[in-house]
Design a binder for this molecule. Structure first.
Ligand code: ZN
Length: 342
């Protein structure tokens, strides 16, 4: 694949995916969800699929790079994919696992934004504020999404305009999985908010609980019991941090709620970058330093830190029937969840 020098230097994450595509024996199916024109460059949004092709099989969707400055999300996913590819050469237990579950990776949703080091896509739209959904109640000024100008961060796009191609492509992909599969989890990797690593679930547009709150509580309990030494993740509804307009996960969740086949739990991993900045204050002078670990040892630590969570989610999806609340107990689980979080 021919890429300009600008892309080769400015987007090593895409370069790594291109190298994978050149392998004849890459153990996955690759699609281009959409492609973004930037001058003479055409930047693909790649989707890598591994495992079961049964439409009803449980699915886990990993995405990253929705915000172009948050490179570490993309890098965490690429590092995880590297490990899976290497394991598939020798690890029969992974082969067995993939007979029963499908893994879908979209490691770089916003290549244009990442190339020019912007949060938004090349049209100036924040893809996580772009869905047609308005928040209720108090929304933080600007940060919650606005329609003032595409030259300001957190711009939602014009009212009644189509969604941006990157957001629409991701939406279509997730929707097609949720409508057919018995169980879906998505994990969208971000960085930049807070002192600790957080796992958020819907809603972002309202402080009210979402329909699968009992199932979410069961997943949290399963994780806490299975991995008691990974207590550093704070797991809570996004609205406990702030509410926003246009959240893509709220939108796809609500859009599929009454048409879907099974359960869908959309998660966001928000890696707490303030911690990295606190330990190395000089990195705020590095243009990427507010959202990404800069020192090599810290970068490597972040790349490996979330592999346990991602492995856990794959196994939880594979064996969802063994821990998901029974329909008869659903109400009870919902009550427990609401008591815990609301
Ligand atoms: Zn983000």
């Amino acid at each position: 694949m021919m890429r300009s020098d600008r892309v080769l230097k400015g987007l090593p994450e895409l370069y790594q995916m291109d190298r994978w595509l050149e392998q004849d024996d890459l153990p996955c199916r690759v699609h281009t969800l959409t492609a973004i024109e930037m001058g003479n460059d055409c930047l693909p949004v790649y989707c890598f699929e591994m495992g079961s092709t049964q439409p009803t099989a449980p699915v886990i969707i990993f995405s990253g790079g929705v915000h172009g400055v948050e490179r570490i999300g993309t890098q965490v996913l690429l590092a995880f994919m590297h490990t899976l590819f290497a394991r598939l050469e020798w690890d029969e237990s992974l082969d067995d696992l993939l007979q029963h579950v499908r893994l879908v990776f979209v490691p770089l949703v916003n290549p244009g934004g990442m190339l020019v080091r912007h949060r938004a896509n090349p049209n100036g739209v924040d893809l996580m504020r772009n869905a047609p959904i308005d928040a209720q109640g108090n929304v933080p000024f600007m940060l919650g999404g606005h329609r003032v100008s595409r030259y300001l961060p957190w711009y939602r796009g014009r009212r009644n305009a189509d969604m941006e191609p990157e957001a629409q492509a991701l939406l279509n992909l997730v929707e097609s999985c949720v409508l057919k599969s018995d169980f879906v989890i998505s994990l969208d990797c971000h960085s930049g908010f807070g002192h600790q690593d957080q796992v958020w679930f819907p809603y972002a547009f309202t402080p009210d609980p979402f329909d699968d709150i009992g199932e979410m509580f069961a997943l949290r309990l399963l994780f806490r019991r299975t991995h008691p030494n990974f207590s550093f993740y704070k797991i809570e509804p996004q609205s406990r941090n702030y509410t926003t307009h246009g959240d893509l996960w709220d939108h796809v969740y609500r859009k599929t709620l009454h048409r879907r086949k099974g359960v869908y739990l959309p998660l966001t991993l928000e890696m707490g970058s303030w911690l990295w900045v606190k330990k190395n204050p000089l990195q705020i002078f590095n243009s990427m330093g507010i959202f990404n670990p800069v020192l090599p040892h810290r970068h490597e630590r972040v790349l490996r830190r979330h592999q346990c969570l991602m492995e856990f989610l794959i196994r939880a999806a594979r064996s969802f029937r063994n821990w998901l609340p029974h329909p008869a107990d659903r109400r009870d689980w919902m009550h427990q969840a609401i008591e815990h979080w609301y």
